[in-house]
Design a protein around this ligand. Structure first.
Ligand code: NAD
Length: 354
C-alpha cells in the first residue's frame, strides 16, 4: 500500500504527523505501508514556485492513495490565481480523475452537545454524503456574462450531466451503501430540471445491479429540510456537484465540530485523496492546538475505501471514540470538566488507545 503524504500549509504538517503516527502503529502490527512525502500548496510554491510541482503530481499518480493535510495561507492570497495554494487541490482532482467526494457526517456520542440541534435529534447520526465533483453547473459550458439588447447585463451557467458521469457516481454511491446499511437516497430536482430527470432515470437503472440496496429519491429542497428535521433517516446520500456542495456542508455542521470530519475523493478504481474537511487554519498553526482527529479519521477512510482494510479502519475509529470517552479534548471541542490536550498529545492518545 503506497501512500503519498502531502502535508501542505498551516496546521497541515502538524495534523498529518499525527495520522502518520497512527498508521505507523498499525504498520507495527503487520499492515504493509509505504509512505513518501512531498510538498503541496504554499509550501510547494515556496520551494518550487508552483503549488502542485511535477514531482508532487508524479508521486500522487504513482501512489495507491494520497493523504492530504490542508493548503492556504494569508501570505499567498495576493498571488495570481494559478499560483495559489488552493489550485493544488483542483489540479489533483482533475489530473487524477477524482470524481466522487465522500463526506461522512457522524456525531460521536461524546460530542453530541456540540451540535446546534437538540441531542435527541442528532444522537446516533451517521450519514455519508457522496457528491459528484467534476461535472454539473460548476463546469458546464457555455457560461459567462453578456450584455443584453436593453443594455442590462446577464450572467449564465449551464447545468449539464452526461449519462456516463451519472452512472459512475451512482455506482460509487451503491458501492458505498453496500459497505454500510445498504440504504441509498439519491437527491435531485427532477420536478424542475431536465438534468435531474436524466439523473433519476440513470440512478434507477444502475439500481438494478445492486439488488441488496434499498434506493429512494428525494428533491433537494426537501433533503435540506429533512437533514435538519430528522437527519437519522439517512444513511448514504448520492447527489450532483452543486446540491452536494450545499448539503454536505449542512450535514457536517450538524455534528458541531469542523476538526472531527474526514473526507475522501475517489476515482473509478477507488484510488483516493483523503483529507480533513477543514482548511489550513493559519490562525492556530504551529501552536500545537489543532485537532488532528479529522486527519486521523481520514486515514481510516483511506484504509477502508482504497485498501479494503475494514478491520484496521474500524480499529482507528474505535481508538478515536475511546480517547473521546476518556474525556480528552483539543481546544475546539473542549467543554468544562474535560482534559484539554494539544495536537501531539491527542495523536499519542489515539496510538495508545489502538
Ligand atoms: P479553516 O477551516 O482553515 O478554519 C476555520 C476555523 O476553524 C478557524 O478558526 C480555525 O482555527 C478552525 N479550525 C479549522 N480546522 C481546525 C482544527 N483541525 N482544529 C481546531 N480548529 C480548527 O477555514 P478558513 O479560515 O476559511 O481558511 C484558512 C485557509 O485554508 C485559507 O487559505 C483557505 O483557502 C484554506 N482552505 C483550504 C482547504 C483545503 O486545503 N482543503 C479547505 C478550506 C479552506
Amino acid at each position: 500500500m503506497k501512500i503519498a503524504v502531502l502535508p501542505g500549509d498551516g496546521i497541515g504538517p502538524e495534523i498529518v504527523a499525527q495520522a502518520i503516527k497512527v498508521l505507523g502503529a498499525l504498520a507495527k502490527d503487520g499492515l504493509k505501508l509505504e509512505i513518501e512525502q512531498a510538498p503541496v500548496g504554499g509550501a510547494a510554491y515556496d520551494v518550487a514556485g508552483d503549488p502542485l510541482p511535477a514531482a508532487t503530481l508524479k508521486l500522487a499518480r504513482e501512489a495507491d492513495a494520497i493523504l492530504f493535510g490542508a493548503v492556504g495561507g494569508w501570505q499567498y492570497d495576493q498571488l495570481p490565481r494559478a499560483k495559489r495554494p488552493e489550485q493544488a487541490i483542483l489540479g489533483l482532482r482533475k489530473e487524477l480523475g477524482l470524481f466522487a467526494n465522500l463526506r461522512p457526517a457522524k456525531v460521536f456520542p461524546q460530542l453530541v452537545e456540540a451540535s446546534s440541534l437538540r441531542p435527541e435529534v442528532v444522537s446516533g447520526m451517521d450519514i455519508l454524503i457522496l457528491r459528484e465533483l467534476t461535472g454539473d453547473i460548476y463546469f458546464g459550458q457555455p457560461r459567462g456574462m453578456r450584455k443584453l439588447e436593453n443594455g442590462e447585463r446577464e450572467g449564465f451557467d449551464t447545468m449539464r450531466y452526461s449519462e456516463s458521469e451519472i452512472r459512475r457516481i451512482a455506482h460509487a454511491g451503491f458501492r458505498a451503501a453496500m459497505k454500510r446499511t445498504k440504504r441509498l437516497c439519491s437527491v435531485d430536482k427532477c420536478n424542475v430540471l431536465e438534468t435531474s430527470q436524466l439523473w433519476r432515470e440513470v440512478v434507477t437503472e444502475v439500481a438494478l445491479e445492486y439488488a441488496g440496496v434499498e434506493l429512494s429519491h428525494m428533491y433537494v429542497d426537501n433533503a435540506a429540510m429533512q437533514l435538519l428535521r430528522d437527519p437519522k433517516q439517512f444513511d448514504v446520500i448520492v447527489t450532483g456537484n452543486m446540491f452536494g456542495d450545499i448539503l454536505s456542508d449542512e450535514a457536517s455542521m450538524l455534528t458541531g465540530s469542523i476538526g472531527m470530519l474526514p473526507s475522501a475523493s475517489l476515482d473509478a478504481n477507488n484510488k483516493g485523496l483523503y483529507e480533513p474537511i477543514h482548511g489550513s487554519a493559519p490562525d492556530i498553526a504551529g501552536k500545537d492546538v489543532a485537532n488532528p482527529l479529522a486527519t486521523i479519521l481520514s486515514a481510516a477512510m483511506m484504509l477502508r475505501y482504497s485498501f479494503n482494510q475494514d478491520q484496521a479502519a474500524n480499529r482507528i475509529e474505535a481508538a478515536v471514540a475511546k480517547v473521546l470517552e476518556r474525556g480528552l479534548r483539543t481546544a475546539d471541542i473542549h467543554r468544562p470538566g474535560a482534559e484539554k490536550v494539544g495536537t501531539v498529545k491527542m495523536g499519542d492518545a489515539v496510538v495508545a488507545a489502538l
